[in-house]
Design a protein around this ligand. Structure first.
Ligand code: COA
Length: 150
């Protein structure tokens, strides 16, 4: 299993997996347009050329980025793949000079294993609510905000 940069050819698989979990209401769906525009955010878990999962590190501000669209195939759940992708994003965040990375999630316990702690939503900048405004669950989605200081 390697964690590699995404390429444009990964987009259909990324969308299929994200939207599979989005249908279960576990994460936000993403359009092809959105994924092509943001493909450079993504890391891919790749097992002998097979797409296993994805995770995006999206820049927000001078010192802040968000982990988005984290998903692992159900066949590979619980094998450390999600954590490896998040740690890859954090390593990249350090190289970029970020001070904090956050996520909005229904699985705070998973993020705790990756070094994140609870973080008040009220401290996040207003611009992060762009995605939320388009979500049918806004403003009561119940997602928990977590962050790690780098
Ligand atoms: C949540 C998800 C990304 C976790 O990925 P994963 O590869 O299964 O998790 P890992 O095997 O890397 O787990 C790392 C650690 O977190 C724990 N963990 C994983 N999922 C967990 C969960 N749902 N609840 C509590 N702990 C969890 C594991 O037990 C493991 O602990 P350990 O280090 O003590 O062994 C994956 O299950 C998934 O794609 N879920 C559906 C989509 C989703 O909810 N994405 C998150 C959007 S923010």
């Amino acid at each position: 299993m390697k964690i590699r940069r995404a390429v444009l050819a990964d987009v259909p698989e990324i969308q299929k997996l994200i939207n599979y979990f989005a249908k279960k209401d576990w994460m936000l769906a993403r359009s092809l347009n959105d994924l092509y525009e943001n493909i450079r955010d993504f890391w891919i878990a790749d097992e002998d050329g097979r797409f296993i999962g994805c995770c995006a590190l999206h820049m927000i501000w001078a010192d802040l980025a968000e982990i988005k669209s984290l998903a692992v195939r159900e066949s590979h759940k619980g094998m450390g793949v999600g954590k490896r992708m998040v740690l890859k994003c954090l390593a990249e965040a350090r190289i970029l000079g970020l001070k904090r990375v956050f996520a909005l999630t229904y699985v705070p316990k998973f993020f705790k294993k990756c070094g994140f702690g609870r973080y008040p939503k009220s401290k996040l900048p207003h611009k992060i609510w762009g995605d939320c405004l388009n979500c049918p669950k806004f403003p009561d989605c119940g997602e928990i905000s977590v962050a790690v200081e780098l």
